[in-house]
Structure formats: structure tokens, C-alpha cells
Write a protein that binds this ligand. Structure first.
Ligand SMILES: [Zn+2]
Ligand SMILES: [Zn+2]
Length: 203
């Protein structure tokens, strides 16, 4: 008798638990759909926020998902993906930045002040119009700007006072020749003219 009772109770409990589990599963699915639905609405809001500066459009995007109900919101997501702006604002800014950098690079290309032709950064003179472009530091032999008062590389002062009575001669570097720097600037000794080797002129 007790065995029968417990068997009946067991089957009743069994059916109860099984139906409860089914209900739980159904309930969980509905809750899950609700959560995903709300998350999709939030995602649409954030996504539209990233794609437009318009303050109203993100709300419209999430409203589109909410109107589609928890059971059809996937269709709302598809519609939203079709109509949303193609590019994120961050990408647009990045592209603009890259374009600006390219423009700046183009503007940095050195041109001759005299003839406006494109010249190399390491040239010291324009080969077409002979405009001086830059000069070489006589101390460290690096390229320096024409308007620099001293060498940024080695600190050599270009504005050193010129020795009285001596004309300012531009050496091959385009800088005033410093006192006694190499044989190129030393005065040629008197009478050291080049010997005339032409036999016809020989006496
Ligand atoms: Zn030129
Ligand atoms: Zn220098």
C-alpha cells in the first residue's frame, strides 16, 4: 500500500517537475529574447551615435528596434543596418586626418624661390635659375638654411665679425669665409700665376 502511494506520488511529482522545467525553459527563452531585444536597441543607439552628430537619430534607431517587438526585432536590426550611415565618424575623422597629412606633405615639397621648379632638399643651388637654395656649414659640412645665423648642427656661428679690411667673400659653401679655414680661402701668393704652357707664346 505504501509502495503504491509512493509510486503514484512519484509519477505526479515527475509530471509536475517536467512541466515546471518546460515552463522554466519557455520562460527563460522569453526573458532571453527580452534581454537581447533591449541590448539590440542599446546597440543601435550606440552604433548610430558613432555614425552621426545628430542628437535625435540614435533615439530613432533604438526606437526602430523597440517598435519591432522582442520577437521581430531581428528584422528591425536588418532595416537599421540597411539605412544607417555607412561610415563611422571616427573613420571619417581618420580619413580627413590622413588627407590633411598628405596635403601637408605635398606642401612640404621644396620649390625654388626663383623659378618655382621642384628642387631637391639637399641641393644648395637651383640648376635652372641659379638661385641659392641653402648652404653648407663650413665646420660640419651639413646643409643649413640661408637665413640661419648659426649652424643648428654644430653651433658654428655664421655671424662672426669680418676682419677689417677684408672683403666678405662667399666661399663655395655660401658662407662668409672664416679666418684661415683651409687652403681654398688663403690668398694666392704673388707671382704664382699659372704658367703659360702654350709653346706658341713662348719667348
Ligand atoms: Zn630656380
Ligand atoms: Zn655646422
Amino acid at each position: 500500500m505504501t509502495n503504491d502511494l509512493s509510486g503514484q506520488l512519484g509519477s505526479v511529482f515527475g509530471s509536475f517537475f517536467s512541466s515546471a522545467i518546460v515552463q522554466l525553459i519557455l520562460y527563460s527563452i522569453v526573458v532571453y529574447l527580452f534581454v537581447v531585444w533591449l541590448a539590440a536597441a542599446y546597440w543601435a543607439f550606440r552604433d548610430m551615435h558613432d555614425r552621426t552628430e545628430n542628437p535625435v537619430l540614435p533615439y530613432l534607431a533604438s526606437a526602430l528596434i523597440l517598435i519591432a517587438t522582442p520577437f521581430l526585432f531581428v528584422l528591425g536590426v536588418v532595416v537599421y543596418k540597411v539605412v544607417r550611415p555607412a561610415e563611422r565618424l571616427g573613420d571619417v575623422y581618420e580619413r580627413n586626418l590622413a588627407e590633411e597629412a598628405l596635403l601637408a606633405e605635398v606642401e612640404q615639397i621644396k620649390t625654388c624661390r626663383g623659378c618655382d621648379r621642384r628642387v631637391d632638399e639637399e641641393w644648395i643651388i637651383c640648376p635652372w635659375c641659379r638661385t641659392r637654395l641653402s648652404r653648407v656649414c663650413p665646420n660640419c659640412e651639413r646643409l643649413v638654411g640661408l637665413d640661419w645665423t648659426l649652424c643648428a648642427w654644430c653651433g658654428n656661428d655664421f655671424e662672426r665679425p669680418v676682419v677689417a679690411g677684408r672683403p666678405v667673400v662667399e666661399n663655395r659653401y655660401g658662407a662668409p669665409a672664416p679666418e684661415g679655414t683651409g687652403p681654398a680661402y688663403q690668398a694666392r701668393p704673388a707671382g704664382s700665376t699659372v704658367t703659360n704652357r702654350n709653346p706658341a707664346a713662348g719667348g
